[in-house]
Design a protein around this ligand. Structure first.
Ligand SMILES: N[C@@H](CCC(=O)N[C@@H](CS)C(=O)NCC(=O)O)C(=O)O
Length: 215
């Protein structure tokens, strides 16, 4: 059976779990912490990052590469549209989410969840203030200008863009961060719908169990 290394508290691992659930492909989750130094994991992940997909004697790291692999291998419920422009837009939004958006959202997760609850370290309020005042506003402005009133980020089907963007905001929520409905009504509405979707709800139950056992 296909194996995914990582823990779903990582936005990148969660994205892969959601992709597999969306495609209704069974997999085995191999709980692995970021930076795991075991020889076996390092052989699969040269950069030491999660997630990694392993299938028999094939393996590949990186959530975006894994999603592309899943689309090629399991074409049902595609995550990347076939039309050239839509495909490029989805890839761009995925890149945007996996880099700057995760960076901003992770501040809340790290400072209000990981550090105080898992690492026994104090919350650094200045990091939160900086994320609120400087990191998040341009990202939210952009997403508010891009997101549709109803439905998905690109066209009328769920794509890798939706998975990446929603997953980043799940981490922000774990750090008690909510998108302001007054300033960002379309994005806040989109996230409310996404968080309530059966795909996200179903996976979150599993994740909550992991969270409880950790913190
Ligand atoms: N671009 C990669 C990013 C993966 C990533 O940064 N994962 C983090 C956990 S959220 C990690 O494993 N960090 C460990 C490290 O950098 O040593 C992807 O999409 O999979």
């Amino acid at each position: 059976m296909l194996k995914i290394y990582g823990i779903p508290l990582s936005p990148f691992v969660r994205k892969v779990h959601w992709a597999l659930a969306h495609k209704e492909v069974e997999f085995e989750s191999i709980p692995t912490m970021p930076g795991d130094s075991s020889e076996n994991f390092r052989a699969l992940s040269p950069l030491g990052k999660i997630p990694v997909l392993q299938e028999d004697d094939f393996s590949v790291p990186d959530s975006s590469i894994i999603l592309r692999y899943l689309d090629a291998k399991f074409p049902q419920n595609p995550l990347y549209p076939s039309a050239a422009q839509d495909n490029a837009l989805v890839s761009w939004l995925e890149e945007f989410a996996d880099t700057k958006l995760v960076e901003g959202c992770s501040v809340f997760f790290r400072e209000r969840f990981v550090n105080p609850k898992m690492m026994n370290k104090p919350t650094e309020q200045s990091a939160i203030d900086n994320a609120q005042a400087n990191l998040m506003p341009p990202l939210l402005d952009y997403l508010e200008s891009t997101v549709a009133e109803n439905g998905y980020f690109c066209g009328d089907a769920l794509s890798a863009a939706d998975l990446s963007i929603t997953s980043a905001f799940v981490n922000a929520q774990y750090g008690d961060y909510q998108v302001d409905k007054t300033n960002y009504p379309k994005l806040a509405g989109y996230l409310e719908r996404a968080m309530q979707s059966p795909l996200v709800q179903g996976q979150m139950e599993k994740e909550q169990a992991i969270m409880k056992s950790m913190g």
